[in-house]
Ligand binder design. Structure first.
Ligand SMILES: C[S@@+](CC[C@H](N)C(=O)[O-])C[C@H]1O[C@@H](n2cnc3c(N)ncnc32)[C@H](O)[C@@H]1O
Length: 363
């Protein structure tokens, strides 16, 4: 058996045990957590290549910092502004992937950053980050838990979409929670009636599949509890609540990525592909606000990066870099689907990234 096949069968055995222990039905969010993060076996924990520009590199998808260093350089303008405005000197990054964004930020920010701390669930990625960031020595550190109190500027690119979601299905006018069961032919979806509801009623009587995001909301509540002074910026694909739970979005947003191909079947090739869902930015902002973290701004990625001076950087960049950099802002690529949300603990200030095109009122 190849190494990949034995990892897959070990993960299948683990899932089988988890389903049996749960009485034959595992809520989808618990399935997703194991599929992505089971130590040594889940997609983010088993040494898969994940990030890269082309399938030939063995990678599955491209993220903005992998696509162009101009992403980190532009984000650094906002981070520097936030460090100044909040009087802090530490950067915290969640879900640092290959370490590419950390390297771009450290390079651009220089000495105002006394310490750069990475929190990542994946042990194999932590090892890869250490290699990328070796030259920054002890300024970079890794922690597996947040301290009780922290002050600084937090960043996270495509980390919220990687947090497990619950699936809700309305069939015949009745809401069900979708879970995973196992039979002779392997894993299958099983739906159970539930009292859970999407935060906004999508209306109509048609069958409707969607996601809710208790884990991402719990994550931002924890941040709100711990962040004494500072700001947080999350970049990800997603929508406001009204767009997310639109009557026409009846197939949800759950998506898998492997070898730069997308598919909608998370029960196939488990552990060998990424599983993601779009972010509900309204729910996130509400959870943060209820826990004491106010919204600083909300903008499309294009607006945010242009506010941070990306246009001038593109104008000076060599042609190949300019072409890659433009993908960050083109509407049909990452410019419009990706959004940036900022939070602040401490007084509000007019943050550079949201100066033009702030959409906070639409949340
Ligand atoms: C899609 S990757 C993005 C990686 C990187 N930020 C980039 O843009 O290339 C998601 C990352 O989030 C990490 N992750 C997921 N949930 C996390 C959590 N609760 N805390 C910290 N890291 C998390 C994963 O291990 C992985 O590194």
């Amino acid at each position: 058996m190849t190494e990949a096949a034995s990892l897959t069968s070990a993960l299948a055995a683990l899932l089988g045990q988890a389903i049996a222990r749960a009485g034959g039905w595992l809520p989808f969010d618990r399935f997703m957590a194991l599929a992505l993060y089971a130590p040594g076996l889940g997609y983010y924990a088993n040494g898969s290549r994940q990030f890269g520009l082309l399938p030939q590199s063995g990678s599955d998808f491209a993220t903005a910092p992998e696509m162009s260093p101009l992403f980190g350089r532009a984000l650094a303008v906002q981070v520097a502004d936030a460090l100044r405005a909040t009087g802090t000197d530490e950067v915290w990054e969640f879900g640092a992937g290959s370490g590419a964004l950390a390297a771009q930020l450290l390079e651009a920010l220089g000495s105002p950053v006394r310490r750069y701390t990475i929190v990542d669930l994946s042990g194999t990625l932590r090892a890869r980050q250490r290699e990328t960031l070796d030259r920054y020595g002890e300024r970079v550190q890794w922690v597996s838990e947040l301290p009780a109190r922290l002050a600084g500027v937090i960043v996270g690119n495509e980390v919220l979409d990687a947090m497990p979601v619950k699936l809700l299905v309305r069939t015949g006018g009745v809401w069900h929670e979708r879970g995973v069961a196992i039979g002779q032919d392997g894993l299958f979806f099983a739906d159970r009636p539930t009292g859970l509801r999407p935060p906004l009623d999508p209306g109509g009587a048609h069958d409707y599949l969607t996601e809710i995001h208790p884990q991402a909301q719990a994550f931002v509540r924890t941040l709100a509890d711990r962040l004494e002074r500072g700001a947080a910026f999350f970049i990800d694909y997603g929508f406001t609540e009204r767009e997310y739970y639109h009557p026409q979005r009846h197939m949800g947003t759950l998506m898998c990525h492997r070898a730069h191909q997308a598919d909608t079947d998370p029960l196939r090739d488990v552990g060998r592909k990424d599983i993601t869902a779009h972010v509900d930015f309204s729910g996130l902002a509400l959870a943060a606000q209820e826990a004491g973290l106010a919204t600083l701004g909300f903008a499309s990625q294009a607006r945010f990066l242009l506010n941070c001076g990306l246009a001038a950087q593109l104008a000076q960049a060599p042609l190949a870099e300019r072409i890659a950099g433009q993908r960050l802002v083109h509407e049909h690529e990452m410019g419009e689907l990706f959004k940036v949300i900022g939070f602040h603990a401490g007084p509000f200030w007019d943050a550079v990234g949201f100066r033009d095109g702030d959409r906070t009122p639409t949340l």
